[in-house]
Design a protein around this ligand. Structure first.
Ligand code: UD1
Length: 443
């Protein structure tokens, strides 16, 4: 299993790394934008396809870098991954003889660790690298490893790799998390659906993407159910079958475009948008004064009134779902820099997810970072163009929002972070009337 084997990486990281966004701000966004499928659902669904030898078909898959990286990792493992049309992927995991997830994959994308549970459950062994991903906080994987151990796995850690084995078959068990973890819950579920016996996972994460995964697993023939808001119960099966699934829309992308309309005093309609999944976020929009109306699959945002009546600051606190998503904290902070008064931000989920506010400050925002979990934003402050650097995915999208609201031209380095998770973000903003270009750095 440890022999050298060529990998088929298609991407050229150096080329991608050198890309910048150049944005001329100060234009009101207007028009319609279609929301893509959720990154945080698509990646787990693709991992779930390794639980069966039969074909699985996914539609509404976002065309993003993380999906491309996971597709490459899966191909290297021996999974047939077809991409017959844009946003459609078909996967068949006949026999995976190479149960190894390399450092190159994990360093690009923390979510590659989601392969631990399904590969261990189906093939009884896997060697998987300790993941990197976003540079936010420590982001350990101890809870995933403990969950696998609770299901009978033997796991050693050597030289940056987890060596995991399931002697015989994984067995059902009680997985108790000391704190809510989204991918930890998903990894435990993906392992337990093929384990011998009954598993209880609690407290289980309640994010809509977890429920999207449950729905797909049920289509595969798994006996898995959310038996209370924070408990998932599973009766393991010996075999699962192939299934088709449409990926749930991306609530984080939707929130990002709602804020884009807010900070540019624009009027934007979101299509295929998941209003039901945005409860806490829409509460913040109401407090701030951005008008949002939900239709069946559309969301209409109108912030043109902000020309006449200033938006209001408010205090926010992130929490696991159904609380306010930590992934929407950075976009909301951009909005709070444009609202009247003092807003307090309490980031409870990750450490160091406020560091990027330093870049927002370079654009003219009045921001105080008190500690790794608390910040204060005083507004409104006119933003101006600057040269800024993206450190992670969500902060990257938020710097684009700030640049759209700013006077003058902003150059944003580190565009590759944004391509990891947002489909055609520059084209979507262009179609709403923004002036945004993607350029090789130095041009
Ligand atoms: C997922 C999302 C990410 C989102 C986050 C919280 C994906 C691919 N990513 O990340 O976009 O921001 O949920 O909604 O779905 N923790 C540990 N040990 C572990 C696992 C987590 O200490 O083994 C900690 C984390 O450092 C963090 C907290 O638990 O402080 C919650 O993290 P978790 O819910 O696991 O986030 P992810 O699933 O990695």
């Amino acid at each position: 299993m440890a022999d050298a084997r060529p990998f088929h990486w298609e991407f050229e990281p150096d080329q991608v790394d050198r890309e910048v966004f150049r944005i001329e701000g100060g234009r009101r966004l207007e028009g319609t934008v279609r929301i893509s499928g959720a990154k945080n659902a698509a990646l787990k669904l693709m991992a779930a396809a390794t639980l069966t030898g039969e074909r699985c078909r996914f539609t509404n898959v976002p065309e993003i870098e993380d999906v491309r990286v996971l597709a490459e990792v899966l191909r290297d493992i021996g999974v047939t991954v077809d991409h017959p049309a844009p946003n459609t992927y078909e996967l068949a995991c006949g026999d995976a003889e190479w149960l190894f997830v390399p450092l190159e994959a994990a360093a690009k994308m923390r979510a590659s660790f989601i392969l631990l549970g399904p590969l261990l459950a189906r093939f009884g062994r896997v060697i998987i690298s300790n993941p990197g991903g976003d540079r936010i906080g420590r982001r350990p994987v101890n809870l995933h490893v403990d969950a696998m151990r609770a299901l009978g796995a033997e796991i050693d850690y050597r030289n940056g790799y987890y060596f995991a084995k399931a002697p015989g078959r994984l067995r059902g068990g009680h997985v108790v998390f000391p704190q809510i973890t989204v991918m930890g819950t998903e990894n435990a579920m993906l392992a337990a659906v093929l384990a011998d016996g009954h598993t209880v996972i609690e407290p289980a994460a309640q994010e809509p993407e977890v429920d999207d995964l449950i729905e797909f697993l049920q289509q595969m023939g798994a006996e898995v159910e959310r038996t209370s808001p924070t408990r998932i119960e599973i009766e393991g099966r010996r075999r699962l079958r192939g299934a088709d699934h449409r990926v749930v829309p991306d609530r984080i992308e939707a929130g990002t475009f709602i804020v884009a309309a807010g900070v540019t005093h624009g009027r934007v309609t979101l299509q295929d948008a998941p209003c039901d999944h945005l409860g806490a976020f829409l509460g913040v929009m109401a407090d701030v004064g951005v008008s949002v109306h939900c239709g069946r699959d559309t969301i209409e945002v109108d912030a043109t009134e902000a020309d006449l009546r200033p938006l209001r600051g408010c205090d926010i606190e992130t929490d696991p779902y159904p609380g306010l998503a930590t992934d929407l904290q950075p976009p909301i902070c951009v909005l709070l820099s444009q609202t009247e008064g003092i807003s307090h931000v309490h980031e409870t989920v990750f450490e160091d997810r406020l560091e990027w506010l330093g870049e927002l400050r370079r654009m003219g925002a009045r921001v105080e970072i008190s500690d790794s979990h608390h910040a204060t934003i005083e507004g409104p402050s006119p933003l101006h163009g600057a040269e800024v650097e993206i450190g992670d995915l969500r902060a990257g999208a938020s710097l684009i929002l700030a640049a759209l609201a700013a006077n003058g031209t902003t150059t944003i380095r580190g565009a590759h972070h944004v391509h990891r998770g947002y489909e055609k973000i520059d084209r979507k903003f262009l179609e709403l009337g923004a002036r945004i270009e993607r350029l090789a750095e130095g041009t």
